[in-house]
Design a protein around this ligand. Structure first.
Ligand SMILES: *Cc1c(COP(=O)(O)O)cnc(C)c1O
Length: 402
């Protein structure tokens, strides 16, 4: 890596590990390396820090510590929740989800489809929001679980989770939410939300990659996905990743302390950035609802350019943004989220996501605003502007995935 300054606008892909988190983790990579399940004091001492981290994550969610299970990532948490709902209710073989989920849910659902389960991928409105009546109508007697993300990682658009959970409760259907994008951005309270399962991933809240959480509401029937030792109250086999769990605990506490600040300061920065881009660069439109979304995300389409070109030129300036999600970059297919919203493939391919975070500064926003108009103009000069046909009204029922 060169020493050039980084202008990081991709916080929905991953976040910088907070120095406080690194500090909290270090003792567990050096002197406190015992196994938390051991009977002697050296291990038990480590176990107490595991308990503390569990309590810190529980506090972030307003959950009880015993409702918190540590997993290896957000993907595993999503897989585990859906898997558990299916195996604890063998008579129910239908999964209800949406066409805009993260691939951790989408691809797992498609995998289950191949194994004989029935999956409904609900379409979304043109602004990325969900028609709650459609969801209600799509619940069947054999629906095992409703799994939907709270906040979309590409557009930031929020789904009405509380209402969805209330509907599911009244119909006796389990509800899982992928809330990976929400800590530090929204207030999280599993009691208010009323969900049975909720997934988090540490690397989206300033802790390391490779550690996740699954909240399982008490008294919910549960079957583990990773089977082995009796760790995590029998919910997940495998010796606990203590340093990372301690880091997750620290990051959870910080997210709780930061969410109001991030919701005001980061929101103001995002709004300034977005407004200025929309105003100064012609042929630019926002993808997704303006109001029903995360405070840190802006997804914009630049008519007549390819996002890959924008990414490359911005990269030369030290600016990190993304097209689609990091998990699908490298593919020329348009984003499944944007096409599910009815965008034409051309508009989807001309879209980039800017996602801000705790460490984003005014100076960094100004730097983007200084350079982006020139980048877009340069690309448009290289390939003459092709005019867009209006967004399609019809939405695919099943997303195409790579
Ligand atoms: C990043 C992300 C995931 C996956 O989390 P990993 O820990 O990387 O597996 C799942 N859902 C959403 C919405 C995400 O943004």
């Amino acid at each position: 890596m060169d020493q050039r300054k980084l202008y990081y606008f991709d916080n929905n892909a991953t976040t910088r590990v907070a120095p406080e988190v690194v500090e909290a983790m270090l003792p567990f990579l050096t002197e406190s390396w015992g196994n938390p399940s051991s009977a002697y004091g050296f291990g038990r001492g480590v176990g107490r820090h595991l308990d503390r981290a569990r309590a810190q994550v529980a506090a972030l969610l307003n959950a009880e510590p015993r409702e918190i299970t540590f997993t290896s990532c957000g993907t595993e948490s999503n897989n585990t929740a859906i898997h558990s709902a299916l195996v604890t209710q063998p008579g129910k073989r239908h999964i209800l989800t949406t066409a805009v989920e993260h691939s951790a849910t989408l691809k797992f659902s498609q995998h289950l489809q191949k194994r004989g389960y029935d999956v409904t991928f609900l379409p979304v409105e043109s602004d990325g929001t969900l028609d709650i009546h459609l969801l209600e109508k799509s619940i069947r007697p054999d629906t095992a679980i409703v799994s939907l993300m709270w906040a979309n990682n590409e557009t930031g658009v929020l789904f009405p989770l509380e209402e969805v959970a209330a509907i599911c409760r009244s119909r006796g259907v389990l509800v899982h939410t992928d809330a990976v994008q929400t800590p530090g951005k929204l207030k999280l309270d599993v009691r208010e939300l009323g969900v049975d399962f909720l997934s988090l991933s540490a690397h989206k809240l300033h802790a390391p990659k490779g550690i996740g959480v699954l909240f399982v509401k008490r008294r919910t029937k549960f079957q583990p996905y990773v089977v082995g030792g009796g760790q995590e109250l029998g919910r997940r086999g495998g010796t606990e990743n203590v340093p990372y769990i301690v880091g997750f605990g620290c990051a959870a506490e910080m997210a709780q302390g930061h969410w109001e600040e991030e919701n005001t300061r980061v929101r103001a920065l995002r709004d300034r950035l977005e407004k200025a881009i929309l105003k100064t660069i012609p042929g630019t439109v926002r993808n997704g609802s303006r109001d029903t979304r995360l405070p840190n995300t802006s997804n914009l389409a630049f008519e007549g350019v390819e996002a890959e070109g924008v990414l490359m030129l911005l990269d030369q300036l030290g600016i990190c943004v993304s097209s689609g999600s990091a998990c699908t970059t490298g593919s020329l297919d348009p984003s499944h989220v944007l096409t599910a919203m009815g965008l034409t493939p051309a508009r989807a391919r001309s879209s980039i996501r800017l996602s801000l975070g705790r460490y984003t500064t005014t100076e960094e926003v100004d730097y983007v605003l200084k350079h982006l108009p020139g980048v877009i103009a340069k690309l448009r000069a290289a390939s003459p502007l092709k005019l867009e046909v209006p967004a399609r009204a019809v939405q695919p029922a099943v997303p195409s995935l790579r």
